[in-house]
Design a protein around this ligand. Structure first.
Ligand code: DGL
Length: 273
């Protein structure tokens, strides 16, 4: 195997990173992927940054032992807490989640945008710096999405409980006259059908996943890490590892990823780091 055909590693606190994996599969179908869900430690959102950094380092070590050539941190909270330390400590390239405040702030007409994310993401350097830089003349209505990750991980992304929690968080943003709503957590695109029911048609929902996938492609090219071996199988090979069970991962792969891109999936439960 060419050394640039080693897998791309991707991790999240749980199943949220699948929303990024799907975008990667669309634009880099010749690659192999190793996805790590830290299900046993999910959610990350309310954990101290130091704990999240230590977990991210352990996951990175695991991915590097599987020969990953680069790592996508498909978690806004882990990006906020750990990406600087990861980049300083390892030689492989890391791609993190971008808080999509920049495009929302540049395109808003009402000069009011909403951001839904975890507490950890709002505390991170990236969020604070991006808001200072791009949202100076924009009213940012931010909201911690307490409880939403747990609902997605519990297989309840489409439940009445999820809808009522989302209403509680989004209706006040609508009262602030937002015309863009940034999904600042990779679990939230699973809630998109409900979010679309709540916001009016003039609100643009901003999901940073496609931009992060494009950035991954660019970084792979710049570092000579693109795999050029043709994948003739029509299926992309993905190994899924979880520190807990892979029950929700399997169901989301079936219902969210496979209808768009067929993956040849292998699942590994209860992986200890
Ligand atoms: N998907 C993670 C993120 O993007 C969820 C964080 C959590 O586990 O609370 O922030």
């Amino acid at each position: 195997m060419e050394s640039n055909c080693r897998p791309i590693g991707i991790f999240d606190s749980g199943a949220g990173g699948l929303t990024v994996l799907l975008e990667l599969l669309k634009i880099l179908p010749n690659e192999r992927y190793i996805y790590f869900a830290d299900t046993a430690n999910c959610p990350y959102g309310s954990k101290p940054a130091q704990t999240i950094t230590e977990l991210s380092e352990k996951i990175t070590n695991f991915l590097l032992r599987q020969q990953c050539k680069m790592v996508v941190v498909a978690c806004n909270t882990a990006t906020a807490a750990a990406i600087d330390k990861l980049r300083a400590s390892y030689r492989v390239p890391f791609i993190g989640m971008e808080p999509a405040i920049k495009p929302a702030s540049q395109n808003t007409k009402t000069k009011s945008i909403g951001v839904l994310a975890t507490a950890g993401t709002f505390k991170g350097r990236l969020y604070i710096e991006t808001s200072r830089k791009y949202a100076t003349d924009v009213n940012v209505c931010y909201q911690v999405g307490e409880g939403l990750v747990e609902l997605v991980e519990g297989g309840m992304a489409n439940s009445p409980d999820a809808e009522s929690l989302l209403r509680k968080y989004i209706v006040p943003m609508m009262d602030c006259n937002i015309d863009h709503l940034v999904l600042g957590c990779t679990h939230y695109p699973f809630l998109r059908p409900l979010i679309e029911k709540i916001v009016t048609a003039d609100v643009t929902i901003v999901d940073p996943a496609p931009a992060v996938a494009l950035q991954t492609k660019r970084v792979a090219e710049q570092n000579g890490l693109t795999c050029h071996e043709k994948n003739n199988t029509k299926q992309v090979q993905v190994d899924f590892y979880s520190s807990g069970n892979t029950y929700v991962l399997r169901s989301l792969v079936e219902n969210y990823i496979n209808p768009c891109i067929q993956v040849y999936a292998t699942y590994h439960d209860d992986v200890s780091l």
